[in-house]
Design a protein around this ligand. Structure first.
Ligand code: CO8
Length: 255
């Protein structure tokens, strides 16, 4: 692939956005390649988790402004511009964003489509669309508000200011902040750990947590309980609990 580097380490796929000349600005070619990678790794039984990262300077500096500038309304509407990125949000396997440097506009939105974000201490998050005369178009107004609350989301989207890694962690946008030099190793270790667990259980956790954004508490609790019940039909539940009782490491079959 041209704009995306892919490699696998054990049961983890590492995807690296690769348009250094444009700070990983998200163009249609990159969207196509990332969709292809999601389809490939989403159906590959040897892969149990995915890490998405960029460069040291930029996770991604947003949608490609040069590609977007000449677009018109009718074309954007009919084509449903940017809908293709939803392949990332609908990936069923655990997906970690490892963010160093700029995650702006569509870059911040892409990171927020992942299940959680691990940030380098150099990370900077922002929704600067307002400075271009537009608004976030890939979930920024929705996911950022759910992650950090109305006050900070309004502040960021209306002023276009950036949040540094410390503020992002304080606000709940990222799960951990690590020194830049440790970013990939930390994200890969987390992904490797997740990929070692029972796959149906990790997928159900993801599905259940994501439902919080889509439903009320009573319905969410019932859905979680039903998934929980269903895991008693798996050998991994028997093995995981037997291993605990026998004081040994579990060997999961469905990974
Ligand atoms: N699109 C296209 N090219 C870009 C982008 C971008 N978003 N960001 C940077 N580049 C290019 C620059 O044009 C420059 O290219 P060249 O060398 O040919 O002039 C190269 O990358 C390096 O950039 P800078 O020289 O500007 O680097 P600096 O270190 O001076 O500045 C910044 C870094 C602050 C990140 C700066 O580049 C910047 O402000 N970039 C734009 C950030 C932005 O506004 N992002 C939001 C874009 S709109 C958006 O994302 C809408 C989302 C809707 C849905 C998204 C679907 C994917």
């Amino acid at each position: 692939m041209k704009t995306l580097k892919t490699e696998t380490r054990g049961r983890v796929a590492l995807l690296t956005l690769n348009r250094p000349e444009a700070l990983n600005a998200l163009n249609s070619e990159l969207m196509g390649e990332l969709r292809e990678a999601m389809a490939t790794y989403g159906t590959d039984d040897r892969i149990g988790a995915i890490v998405l990262t960029g460069s040291e300077k930029a996770f991604a500096a947003g949608a490609d402004i040069k590609e977007m500038q000449p677009r018109d309304y009718v074309g954007a509407y009919v084509e449903d511009l940017f809908e293709g990125w939803s392949a990332v949000a609908s990936m069923r396997k655990p997906l970690i964003a490892a963010v160093s440097g700029y995650a702006l506009g569509g870059g911040c939105e892409l990171a927020m489509m992942c299940d959680f974000i691990i940030a380098a201490d150099t990370a900077k998050f922002g929704q600067p669309e307002i400075t271009l005369g537009i608004i976030p178009g890939m979930g920024g107004s929705q996911r950022l508000t759910r992650a950090v609350g109305k006050a900070k989301a309004m502040d960021m989207c209306l002023t276009g200011r950036m949040m540094d890694a410390a503020e992002a962690e304080r606000s709940g946008l990222v799960s951990r902040v690590v020194p830049a030099a440790d970013l990939i190793a930390t994200a890969m270790a987390a992904a490797e750990k997740i990929a070692g667990f029972s796959m149906p259980a990790t997928m159900m956790i993801k599905e259940s947590v994501n439902l919080v954004d889509e439903t009320g508490l009573a319905e969410g609790l019932r859905f979680e309980r039903r998934l929980f019940h269903s895991l008693f039909a798996t050998e991994d539940q028997k093995e995981g609990m037997a291993a605990f009782i026998e004081k040994r490491k579990a060997s999961f079959k469905h990974r």
